[in-house]
Design a protein. Structure first.
Lengths: 264, 215
C-alpha cells in the first residue's frame, strides 16, 4: 500500500500524531483532564467549522479555538465549584456554534463528517509538514517543562511544597493539550480525538511504574492503533477512525481485565 | 539559632489565626508543634515555607538553612501508578545521572524502603507512603525538616518506625526537626522541645515539662 502517495503521507502524519498524543495523554490522565480533553475537541469542532465558514483550512480554525478554549476552560475547571456543569455548558455552546457555522457556510455534509470523524487519507504534503511541525513544537514544549510537569502532574501537593511554579506549568500544559487536540483531530476527527489522548495512556498506567515507561507504553499503544487502523482501513475501505477506536478500546479492556484479575 | 520568629500575626478577613507570636528554634533541636485541631498549625507552617504571607511580623531562618517539608495531605489513591522509587525521584532532575540515582538509592535505604522500591505507591501502606514522602523531601539534603501531621493516620507500629527514623535523622545527620502533631504521648516520647499554639498565642518549653491542657 506504500506505493500510494496518500498512504505514505497518512502514515507519516499519523505516526507523529500518535507520538504526540501518546506523550501528552500520560499527563492528561495523571491530571484527570480526560473530560477537559473531550470538551476541547468539541470546541475544536466549532473552530474547524468556523474555519470552513471564513474559508481557511480547518486545522487553523481548530488551533485558534482550542488555544483560546484551553485557557478559558482550564481556568474554569480549576477554579469553579461547578466545574462539570460549567464545562458541559461550554461544550453545548460550542457544538451549537459548530453546527451553525457549517450550516451558514453552505458546505456539504461530507465536510462535517470529515471534521467530526477524521479524514487522514485526505492529508496532502503540505498538511503532513504542518502536522509534523506542530507535533514537534508540542513535544519540545513538554520537554522544556517536563521535570516540573512530572512533579506537578504526579504529586501536585509535593510539587507546591518544593516550590514548583505549578501555575506556569499548568498553562504550558494546557497549550500543549490544545495543540494536541487540534492535530490529533486531523486523523481521528474531533469527536474521537480524546481516544488517542486518554486510552493509550490509561492502558500504560496499568503497565508502567515510572513516567518514562508509561510514556513509552502510551506511545506504543497509540502507534499500534493508528498503524493497524490505517492498514485495516486501507484493505477494507471501512473508516480508519472505527479501527483506531476499536483497537484502543480492546487493548485497554485487556489491560484492565488483567489488572483486575491480578489484584483479586 | 536556626529560626527566629518575631511578632508574627495572621488574619484571614476578619478571623485572627494568631497574634504577635514569638519563638525561636535552636540548631539540632527536635520540636513538636502542638495544638488542638483548627488552631493554625498548618497556617504557621505554610508561612514559614513561604506559601502564605503573614499579615504582620517577620521570621528569619539562619542563612545556611536548607528546608525540607512534608505536607499533611497527598493525592495518592489506590490506583496511583508510580513506584516508590519513581515517586521519590519526582524531586530529582529530569535526566538522572549516576550521582542522582545513587542519591535516590541512598534515601531508599535510609528510609527502609529499599526492598519495596518497585512497589506502586498506590499499593504501599500508610507508613510506607509517609516514609516515601520523607525520602522525597530528604533528596534536597535539608538540614531542617518540617513534618505536618505525618503520623496522624498511621497504626502504632508504623508510627514508631517513622518516629525512630526521624530521631535517627536528628541524631546522626544533625537535622533540625519541627514536627506538627496533636499526639502528645508520641511527642513526649520522641521530641525534646515543644511549641504550643492555642487561641492565637504560642508557648514554648521543654517537652518533659509540657502540661496537657487540651484534648
Amino acid at each position: 500500500m506504500f506505493q500510494y502517495e496518500f498512504m505514505r503521507y497518512a502514515f507519516l502524519a499519523s505516526t507523529f500524531i500518535a507520538i504526540t498524543c501518546g506523550v501528552v495523554g500520560v499527563y492528561v490522565v495523571a491530571r484527570s483532564y480526560a473530560f477537559l480533553a473531550h470538551t476541547l475537541s468539541e470546541i475544536g469542532f466549532a473552530g474547524a467549522a468556523f474555519a470552513v465558514f471564513i474559508g481557511i483550512a480547518p486545522l487553523w480554525g481548530m488551533l485558534l479555538f482550542t488555544l483560546l478554549g484551553s485557557i478559558g476552560v482550564g481556568e474554569l475547571s480549576l477554579h469553579s465549584d461547578q466545574k462539570e456543569s460549567s464545562i458541559s455548558a461550554i461544550s453545548a455552546l460550542f457544538i451549537g456554534l459548530g453546527v451553525l457555522f457549517l450550516a451558514i457556510s453552505g458546505s456539504n455534509s461530507r465536510y462535517a463528517t470529515n471534521i467530526l470523524f477524521g479524514s487522514i487519507i485526505g492529508v496532502d504534503k503540505q498538511g503532513v509538514i504542518q502536522l509534523v511541525v506542530l507535533s514537534v513544537i508540542v513535544l519540545l514544549m513538554i520537554l522544556l517543562v517536563q521535570r516540573n510537569l512530572n512533579f506537578d502532574s504526579f504529586d501536585h501537593i509535593g510539587a507546591i511544597a518544593h516550590g514548583v511554579h505549578t501555575g506556569l506549568v499548568g498553562i504550558v500544559f494546557l497549550i500543549s493539550l490544545a495543540m494536541s487536540v487540534a492535530i490529533g483531530a486531523q486523523i481521528v476527527g474531533s469527536l474521537l480525538v480524546f481516544i488517542l489522548l486518554t486510552l493509550p495512556s490509561s492502558t500504560a498506567r496499568y503497565i508502567g511504574r515510572t513516567i518514562p515507561a508509561m510514556i513509552a507504553w502510551s506511545v506504543f499503544f497509540a502507534l499500534i492503533g493508528v498503524w493497524a487502523g490505517l492498514y485495516l482501513g486501507f484493505i477494507t475501505n471501512w473508516p480508519v477512525t472505527f479501527f483506531i477506536a476499536t483497537i484502543e478500546v480492546v487493548i485497554y479492556l485487556v489491560a484492565y481485565g488483567l489488572h483486575v484479575v491480578k489484584h483479586r | 539559632m536556626i529560626l527566629d520568629v518575631n511578632d508574627l500575626s495572621m488574619r484571614f478577613d476578619t478571623k485572627t489565626v494568631f497574634q504577635d507570636i514569638n519563638f525561636h528554634l535552636e540548631k539540632g533541636s527536635m520540636t513538636a508543634l502542638l495544638g488542638p485541631n483548627g488552631t493554625g498549625k498548618t497556617t504557621l507552617i505554610k508561612i514559614l515555607m513561604g506559601m502564605l504571607t503573614p499579615t504582620d511580623g517577620s521570621y528569619n531562618f539562619s542563612s545556611d538553612v536548607k528546608l525540607g517539608y512534608v505536607p499533611q495531605f497527598r493525592n495518592i489513591d489506590s490506583e496511583y501508578p508510580l513506584s516508590i522509587r519513581a515517586f521519590i525521584g519526582l524531586n530529582a532532575p529530569l535526566f538522572k545521572t549516576k550521582k542522582v540515582k545513587d542519591q535516590i538509592d541512598h534515601q531508599l535505604i535510609e528510609t527502609h524502603l529499599d526492598s519495596i522500591k518497585d512497589t506502586r505507591m498506590g499499593e504501599a501502606s500508610g507508613g510506607q507512603k509517609q516514609r516515601a514522602y520523607l525520602a522525597q523531601a530528604l533528596l534536597d539534603s535539608p538540614n531542617m525538616i518540617i513534618l505536618d501531621e505525618a503520623t496522624a493516620s498511621l497504626d502504632p507500629a508504623a508510627k514508631e518506625e517513622l518516629m525512630g527514623l526521624i530521631k535517627h535523622l536528628n541524631q546522626e545527620h544533625k537535622i533540625t526537626v519541627l514536627f506538627v502533631t496533636h499526639d502528645i504521648p508520641l511527642a513526649k516520647k520522641y521530641m525534646t522541645d515543644y511549641l504550643y499554639l492555642n487561641k492565637g498565642s504560642i508557648r514554648q518549653g521543654k517537652m518533659s515539662e509540657f502540661k496537657e491542657d487540651f484534648e
